[in-house]
Design a protein around this ligand. Structure first.
Ligand code: DC
Length: 224
């Protein structure tokens, strides 16, 4: 694909966004940016420094001192805060269960959205999150809204957790996912919402390759 385009992938927790976005970026030779990892990294730092996740100003000060960087890797994209790797640490349940509170602050979002726009500046980007098509890259050429049933998402998270040595019961995961969906889609600032010009892709019952192909077909249609 010669044309440099921006691809925005949004959707609820565990709908498969990062897996699919990463494969797409690799196949297209694009940069992949996982914006959820940025909110997670801030949450992780707040826990490390015992900062109250409801204290917006303290979080913003912390964020301003944080250098966030990514490094592509075969399995998961590596995430660094001030050059220290936090790839695994930001996926632990303590971070997962607090991140919605941190991500709800408007000043936190303003700062992270600014950084995300800068990363996307050069085009050739696949960015995933909750507000990419609506707030971060409203002019993205391709916008995908990826969904899947709560049961299937909990099941995927369960398997992913097990491979990372985390053993949270399936029912707990279902409850946590439903709660996070609620918080992410009911917050005042940039709630999770399908952009008007986004294409809905339901991944329930589909394998990763099938989802990737569906999105490639959508991209081909959009750029032709
Ligand atoms: O995609 P994820 O589970 O890693 O995202 C972690 C949290 O960050 C999620 O609960 C919502 C929030 N988030 C957000 O508010 N906006 C984004 N663009 C990405 C993630």
């Amino acid at each position: 694909m010669d044309k440099k385009i921006m691809i925005a992938i949004d959707g609820p927790a565990s709908a498969g966004k990062s897996t699919v976005a990463k494969i797409l970026a690799k196949d297209l030779g694009y940069v992949y940016c996982d914006t959820g990892a940025m909110y997670r990294a801030l949450t992780y730092q707040a826990l490390q420094f015992k900062i109250d996740p409801t204290d917006e100003q303290a979080l913003v000060s912390l964020l301003k001192k944080m250098e966030l960087s990514f490094e592509p890797s075969e399995k998961k994209q590596k995430v660094f805060v001030n050059q220290v790797e936090v790839t695994e640490a930001i996926r632990q349940p303590d971070v997962t269960n607090l991140v919605s509170v941190v991500a709800a602050h408007s000043e936190v979002r303003k700062e992270l959205v600014k950084r995300q726009k800068k990363i996307a500046d050069q085009g050739k980007i696949v960015m995933d999150g909750r507000d990419i098509g609506t707030a971060v890259l409203p002019h993205a050429e391709v916008k995908i809204f990826l969904v899947a049933s709560v049961d299937e998402r909990a099941d995927r998270r369960y398997k992913e957790n097990l491979s990372n040595g985390v053993n949270t019961p399936l029912d707990t995961l279902k409850q946590e996912i439903a709660e996070r969906d609620y918080k992410d889609s009911h917050r005042t600032v940039s709630p999770l919402k399908q952009a008007e010009d986004a294409i809905l892709v339901d991944t329930t019952g589909l394998g990763i390759e099938q989802v990737v192909q569906k999105i490639k077909d959508i991209i081909a249609e959009k750029v032709s």
